[in-house]
Design a protein around this ligand. Sequence first.
Ligand SMILES: *Cc1c(COP(=O)(O)O)cnc(C)c1O
Length: 339
Amino acid sequence: MNVIDLRSDTVTQPTAAMRAVMLEAPVGDDVYGEDPTVNALQQRLADELGFDAGLFVPTGTQSNLLALLAHCERGDEYLVGMDAHTYKFEGGGAAVLGSIQPQPIVQADDGSLPLESIASAIKPDDPHFARTRLLALENTWHGRTLPLDYLRSAHDLARSHGLGMHLDGARLFNAAVACKVTAREITRHFDTVSICLSKGLGAPVGSVLLGSHALIDKARRWRKVCGGGWRQAGILAAAGLHALDHHVARLAQDHDRAATLAGSLRGIAGIDLLGQHTNMVFINVPADRLRALDAHLGEAGIRISIGYLPTLRLVTHLDVDDDGIERTAAAFAGFFDNK
Ligand SMILES: *Cc1c(COP(=O)(O)O)cnc(C)c1O
């Protein structure tokens, strides 16, 4: 019985075809800028998304951190969503390593930072205040896509105050596929964009930060400082290139399967369907039955994460097929019918 792992889209296994290109990838020393596969990956994404340059790094956390360090100096601040990954789930890295102060802003239900809140959080030029330098957005956020007209307005507002714009686009391609636009339609509003290759795109490791030559040069310096200057990383970059060729359009299937799963769960008494956004389904179940549910699903070969109670997040990805969705729906139905 194959396991259906719905904890996250980070759990995907590299496909046989991906492993084959990794094996054959030409490589060199990336600290010297000599890895042809790393260079190809960086340039490909930069060209596709309208930036000068890219920087291949091990994780999305490091990519976001390098962006903040490139945009901001000690004593600067960045505006960020109160529930944004960059603020909440990255160990406070920009404050720890860059003396950069976050100014968190309460998000609307769709993940956007209300324009009025942004405007009122921007500090005047006065020695009492940190210097407001940057607006950081996230798309998708908890699977939700930010509307394109919101991105334009946020960009215009930020620019009118001289702020830079950073996008945590860990799942940028999920957003583009769901909104039926090119990724560039989204990224054109930003100075830097961070993209994860190791989520729904299915590569084993890696993120790419995109920006101007000046910002990427700064980020490369900080990458070295953080110990992230790597060598024959082309083996990993090859997986990223393969993912961009073969795993972008198919994200629509993950979204469809999440919608199918949500449709099945909606009808089950005991489950409160909160919503489905791109490749994520959110449900509440009675807290006192959670452990039993987890055990029941485990016996059926289904893994869920019960970390953020009482809401469960079920994530579809490359390794969850139609049969997996059916088995999951059946296992939930079985549990709640037979208490
Ligand atoms: C996963 C994720 C990151 C960080 O990626 P890691 O590779 O796990 O460090 C950043 N932002 C968002 C929105 C993510 O989902």
